[in-house]
Design a protein around this ligand. Structure first.
Ligand SMILES: Cc1cc2nc3c(=O)[nH]c(=O)nc-3n(C[C@H](O)[C@H](O)[C@H](O)COP(=O)(O)O)c2cc1C
Length: 385
């Protein structure tokens, strides 16, 4: 009996099955409409049939079902923002979205992996959903690239299960830039007895590509560690980012409230203005954050563990700052400055951790200055020693 099944258990169990993500589009009264579905699947080759399952309460489907045809657009792994836009109810789904009509008129979205235009073969009620059977009329692979995947409530992409490391050109470029800074980074680490690392933005992670750890305070993360860029963390990498990237970063936080977004945006503006950021998180908050990050890595980066990282990262929000008050002393967890890189290279940063406690403003300003001098040599590697 269906009443015996706990809805939480149902969601949890079925959430362990991954799906692709598609946007079903149509034209109604001359206007485009669309909705995100994870339930798209192939049904039959002869005749050619596909299916998807809209919720009975979906307002978009109530409109869509009156169309002559609909088009299933399979989203690419770089279209998460588009997916979020189409998954949000309202009139703004097509805002800023480029598309062209398929033969029967349904919208083909720019950048989709593939599209399948169909007529309605059958619409059946199935509990709180419909089962829609579509008869394929036309289809094509538009862009043979990795699709967007959805799993445990998080987005991701496919990685081949091979022992051969996948080449990551951005990571290699970043390692080369870091290598040019190596001797200065090592000297600074030794001179000040602090930990100094070079970080690079690789997709939505900050990856540690170089580390010199001469502080008596142990650096918790090894070389190669990846930390997801979730606000307020990673503002430094957003310093020269486009509006789209910045908006995407702001949306990655756990707290989606306007108030929190404004706080993160304000911190980003101030990091942009100063070119550095400071973190003064207490030991407990920092430990919770480190523990969540370690669990995330140990779990093969499961989306549910990523949510714990989101939560722990958002707790840091009140501890990021740029303005130093004369006469104050600070217990800083880190100082981060932007490494200027040529266009086409990943965004990079230089970070100092394992710092002495109760630092004076003069001391901190001199750390920032020293880091910025070293960072500036990255733009002209020939000048680095
Ligand atoms: C990854 C993902 C998969 C989804 N899959 C479905 C689905 O299969 N069926 C469905 O009705 N809604 C699904 N949704 C939700 C709808 O896209 C979205 O909430 C809805 O279109 C907005 O409400 P509206 O249809 O009333 O405009 C999914 C959302 C996401 C983010």
């Amino acid at each position: 009996m269906s009443t015996d099944i706990d809805p939480g258990l149902f969601r949890e169990t079925l959430g362990h099955y991954p799906t692709g993500v598609a946007v079903v589009t149509a034209i109604i009264d001359g206007r485009p409409v669309g909705m995100v579905v994870g339930t798209f699947s192939s049904v039959s080759m002869d005749p050619p049939l596909i299916a998807f399952y809209p919720m009975s309460g979906s307002r978009s489907f109530a409109q869509l079902r009156n169309a002559t045809s609909f088009c299933v657009n399979v989203l690419a792994s770089d279209q998460e923002a588009l997916c979020r836009q189409f998954a949000t109810a309202g009139e703004r789904k097509f805002e800023g979205v480029a598309w062209r009509p398929a033969a029967l008129g349904a919208p083909i979205l720019d950048g989709a992996v593939s599209w399948i235009e169909c007529t309605f073969e059958d619409v059946r009620e199935a509990g709180d959903h419909f089962i829609v059977l579509g008869r394929v009329q036309d289809l094509a692979v538009e862009r043979s690239t990795l699709p967007l995947l959805f799993f445990q409530g998080g987005y991701g992409r496919f990685t081949p299960g091979s022992f051969v490391a996948t080449p990551d050109p951005e990571l290699i470029q970043a390692a080369q830039v870091a290598e040019a800074l190596r001797s200065r980074v090592e000297r600074l680490s030794e001179d000040l007895s602090v930990n100094v690392s070079v970080l690079a933005k690789i997709r939505w992670d900050a990856v540690q590509v170089l580390a010199a750890n001469q502080s008596p305070v142990e650096e918790p993360f090894p070389l190669g560690h990846r930390q997801p860029l979730i606000p307020p963390f990673g503002a430094i990498f957003m310093a020269n980012s486009s509006k789209d990237d910045t908006d995407q970063w702001l949306r990655r936080g756990a707290d989606k409230s306007e108030e929190r977004r404004e706080l993160n945006r304000g911190q980003l503006d101030s990091v942009r203005e100063h070119g550095y950021s400071l973190l003064a998180a207490g030991v407990e908050v920092a430990r919770r954050h480190q523990a969540a990050l370690s669990e995330f890595e140990l779990s093969d980066r499961l989306p549910r563990r990523e949510r714990d990282v989101q939560q722990a990262t958002s707790e840091l929000a009140n501890f990021f700052f740029t303005d130093l008050v004369a006469g104050e002393r600070y217990d800083l967890a880190n100082v981060v400055v932007l490494v200027p890189t040529e266009s086409g290279l990943p965004s990079m940063a230089l970070r100092m951790t394992g710092l002495p406690r109760e630092a004076t403003v003069d001391q901190i300003e001199s750390w920032i200055h020293t880091l910025q001098v070293i960072a500036s040599t990255a733009a002209s590697p020939a000048g680095a020693c």
